[in-house]
Design a protein around this ligand. Structure first.
Ligand SMILES: NC(=O)c1ccc[n+]([C@@H]2O[C@H](COP(=O)([O-])OP(=O)(O)OC[C@H]3O[C@@H](n4cnc5c(N)ncnc54)[C@H](OP(=O)(O)O)[C@@H]3O)[C@@H](O)[C@H]2O)c1
Length: 341
């Protein structure tokens, strides 16, 4: 694959993760050898993306025939749109299987899952000692198939086992920081993450910082730029040393570079609210059942534990340097952004 053009199918280009990763691919020294096709829903954004040298198909992942057809022409798929879109993943795999039958070369599928797959039901009332290691496939294999994201991840592992595709699953944790890249600047990609912004928005709506239970649960965190680095380290390693990079059941890559309790996040939101005159108390309070229903569709997800170490990720040469302090420092600009909406 070294000198010929590589056909890359990219999903989630307009997203927080996807925009950050695609910006890196556009700036990649080998970009002239990439033939990137992105599936984008918005025609306006598609047009802007095209001007950056990215091929675009306007459409949705819900169009399984389209996804299968595009995958059939791909050497590499990088999927960052939706960790839980089972139909999109199976359509992609069908296309990649045909690709394999035609070329006799197993294509590469880099999928985005998340450390939500490790979560428990702590409801913010206790931490956990269970820490997952991405270089320990037996431990990952013991995860229940009912865990979030797991049905899709298992489909990928099974496809890899069948031999027609090599699958790699990136599992970011709580990604933080406002994304700043070419795609965001051009109004193509989303700049905000999910977890911390959802806590901030709920807290703004109720007028004081909230948490699930006592916020004693623990999650890992990772900066958005360093997540983008992880994808590129993985992509480069697969191209340079395909046999040395774990795939299938050995192809899980956690994105983490620090840990926090959810209390720490809510406490920082409370402190920022006091500094901005939004509330008087610098202590977060527990969301009521009604608030959990209203803001989080009844889910206690933000009260769960998810602990892990990205050993396999670091074995690629990935060296995230940001810390939990950096994550806490990212909260003020997020509150500034959402309190102006
Ligand atoms: N952010 C985190 O902290 C984090 C951590 C771990 C895992 N994840 C997972 O990673 C995935 C992406 O997260 P994100 O933060 O990047 O979310 P995001 O900013 O909302 O991006 C989602 C992207 O997927 C696209 N998309 C969704 N459904 C589509 C469809 N049917 N057809 C075409 N495009 C579609 C969106 O396109 P539009 O612009 O058209 O909506 C957007 O480009 C999610 O599954 C999330 O759960 C996120």
């Amino acid at each position: 694959m070294s000198s010929a053009k590589i056909n890359i199918l990219f999903t989630g280009a307009t997203g927080y993760i996807g925009g950050s990763v695609l910006a890196r691919l556009i700036d990649h020294p080998d970009f002239p050898t990439f033939n990137i096709i992105a599936i984008v829903r918005s025609p306006e954004r598609a047009e802007k993306l095209q001007k950056l040298g990215v091929g675009v198909v306007v459409g949705s992942h819900s169009d399984e025939a389209l996804v299968e057809k595009l995958a059939r022409n791909s050497d590499v798929v990088i999927a960052t749109a939706n960790a839980d879109d089972f139909e999109a993943v199976t359509a992609t795999l069908r296309g990649l299987k045909k690709r394999f039958e035609e070329t006799k070369v197993a294509p590469i599928f880099i999928h985005t899952s998340g450390t939500g797959v490790l979560t428990d039901d702590a409801k913010g009332l206790h931490p956990t000692d269970t820490i997952y290691d991405d270089s320990n496939p037996d431990q990952i294999e013991a995860l229940a198939p009912t865990q979030i994201h797991r049905n899709v991840d298992l489909e990928l592992v099974n496809a890899d086992k069948a031999g027609y595709v090599k699958t790699y699953i990136v599992l970011p944790s709580t990604i933080y920081g406002i994304a700043r890249n070419k795609l965001v600047n051009l109004g193509i990609a989303n700049s905000h993450s999910i977890q911390i912004p959802s806590l901030i928005k709920a807290s703004l709506s109720r007028g004081e910082a909230g948490m699930v239970g006592k916020g004693l649960n623990i999650w890992p965190n990772v900066n958005i730029e360093e997540v983008a680095d992880l994808y590129i380290y993985l992509f480069n390693a697969i191209r340079a040393k395909p046999d040395a990079v774990g795939h299938g059941r050995e192809g899980f890559y956690f994105g983490e570079s620090g840990e926090h309790t959810l209390y720490q996040i809510s406490k920082r939101i409370a402190e920022v609210f006091v500094a901005l005159g939004i509330s008087k108390s610098d202590e977060p309070t527990t969301f009521t059942k009604e608030e959990i229903d209203k803001y989080f569709e009844g889910s206690n997800y933000l009260g769960s534990n998810s602990r892990c170490r990205g050993i396999r990720s670091r074995s690629l040469g990935w060296k995230p340097s940001k810390t939990t302090q950096d994550m806490l420092d990212s909260i003020r600009p997020e509150v500034d952004a959402f309190s102006k909406e």
